[in-house]
Design a protein around this ligand. Structure first.
Ligand code: HEC
Ligand code: HEC
Length: 405
């Protein structure tokens, strides 16, 4: 037996005193929002640019969107650090339409949503996704259903994109994906964006998102398109989980939660001791390992981050994925090798390989740290991972396909 219930890393949680919390709550009263909105010109939602009835008639020939654009502002709760994402609703609306538009691929057959399915927390249900000409991607699609929460623990701007973290922002990632010869195959995003703007409904959406004069003359149509996709994807928030309910109430993820079963609490303890050192679930965790080798192989077919850095110490190193909604995002790992969470748990229980680059958090002396979990402990860990599911948020109509069928 080799269970690290007490010797695992410890995480000092921010202790919030009532007075600090009062100030924090004031920061999010309507009055403060109003004050803030006069300072942040572009970022805050405003209804000045609502659609006229003519515009709305044009839009709704093609699109099923509300006359008052949906609100994409995200306010994270105190236990996730209170951060706010001021998503401009018109940019997010344009981003939503683009996300579901198959014209973003060379032959009009694939949209972002083809490989990022809303019901799978915006991951794919296949190990490798199909690109516009039926060829398969090299890696498993990553879930998009948790960007604000993701940023909450890596810090805003601290999250890098892709399994090998080769892109810094969603805009950069979208640029690479759209031009990728397997994924979307678009030769020039600037030409595509300029072509889309010719459509009467896209013209309205672009004008609302980027009112004339507000951004100077330097902003290109390509920038507008990529920025809008970024704003939309970055507004997808999933923190409406049983885990968050418990954490919000107890203000510590270490205490036993009274909304959890005994089994889920045991799973949480096992997770805190053995997994949270890499898979952070929110701010307050003292470490955040953003990428690691988790001992899947001795010889990696896909060498991961090494392809980008050329460093042998990066062979088999991949981004540590977000585990919110993990029950929905299988198959798992960069190559989708595991169909189920049971198989993932078995990996950490008995399958960790002693690769030269195996991360210290999965090492025991010179060897791999296999947890040798009992069946009860495996069941508990699984039960805990299921408390991270938030199907309600991702099902919100504002993230759904806006095109009329
Ligand atoms: C053909 C399938 C496919 C299409 C189309 C596609 N993606 Fe992806 N996406 C993937 C795969 C596969 C990955 C992981 C690839 C990797 O890491 O190398 C990914 C990764 C991402 C990531 C990184 C997530 C993270 O946590 O690092 C973002 C963001 C993303 N896609 C957004 C988009 C957007 C926006 C579009 C549309 C412009 C899009 N994707 C189109 C398959 C696709
Ligand atoms: C050393 C850091 C580290 C530790 C500790 C760790 N993981 Fe991971 N985990 C990773 C990395 C890195 C990946 C992605 C590896 C890859 O795809 O090659 C991953 C992938 C996963 C995935 C797949 C997610 C997806 O979307 O594909 C799950 C689930 C997971 N880990 C759960 C756990 C659990 C449960 C524990 C504790 C028993 C744990 N991890 C401990 C680093 C770690």
């Amino acid at each position: 037996m080799n269970i690290y219930l007490v010797s695992g890393p410890k995480f000092p949680f921010l202790i919030k005193t009532p007075s600090v919390m009062k100030i924090k709550y004031f920061l999010f009263t309507p009055l403060f929002a109003l004050l803030l909105s006069s300072c942040i010109k572009d970022q805050v939602d405003s209804s000045i640019h609502a659609y006229s009835s003519d515009e709305y008639a044009t839009l709704t020939k093609k699109l099923d969107i509300p006359i008052e654009a949906h609100n994409y502002m995200v306010q994270l709760p105190p236990h996730l650090g209170n951060s706010r994402v001021n998503s401009n609703k018109h940019k997010a609306t344009l981003g939503r339409v683009l996300f579901y538009d198959q014209r973003l691929s060379a032959n009009g057959e694939v949209s972002c949503s083809s490989c990022h399915l809303a019901k799978r927390a915006f991951a794919d249900d296949k190990a490798f996704s199909e690109g516009f000409e039926g060829e398969h991607t090299k890696r498993n699609s990553l879930a998009l259903g948790a960007f604000p929460s993701f940023n909450a623990y890596y810090g805003f701007g601290g999250t890098r994109m892709f399994w090998d973290e080769r892109a810094g922002t969603v805009a950069e990632q979208s640029d690479l994906t759209m031009r990728d010869q397997i994924e979307m195959g678009i030769p020039s995003i600037e030409s595509l964006a300029s072509e889309l703007i010719q459509d009467d409904y896209y013209r309205i959406l672009f004008d609302k998102a980027f009112p004339e004069g507000q951004f100077g003359t330097n902003i290109t149509n390509k920038d507008k398109l990529l920025t809008s996709l970024d704003v939309f994807v970055s507004s997808i928030a999933c923190f409406n989980t049983r885990f968050d309910d418990g954490w919000a109430k107890h203000f510590s993820s270490e205490a036993n939660f009274n909304n959890f079963t005994e089994e889920e609490n045991l799973g949480k303890q096992l997770f805190n001791a053995n997994c949270a050192s890499c898979h952070n679930l929110g701010p307050g965790f003292s470490t955040s390992v953003t990428s690691a080798n988790n001992g899947l192989e001795i010889n990696y077919e896909d060498s991961g981050m090494e392809e980008i850095t050329g460093q042998s110490s990066d062979v088999g190193v991949f981004k540590v994925p977000m585990l919110r909604n993990v029950a929905l995002t299988g198959p798992y790992m960069h190559d989708g090798r595991f169909e189920t969470l049971e198989e993932v748990i078995e990996h950490y229980s008995s399958g960790v390989k002693n690769h030269d680059n195996l991360h210290a958090n999965l090492k025991d002396g010179n060897g791999p740290r296999n947890l040798n979990l009992t069946q009860n402990q495996k069941d508990a860990l699984l039960a805990f991972l299921h408390t991270l599911t938030d199907t309600e948020s991702i099902a919100h109509v504002k993230y759904s396909d806006p095109f009329k069928q």
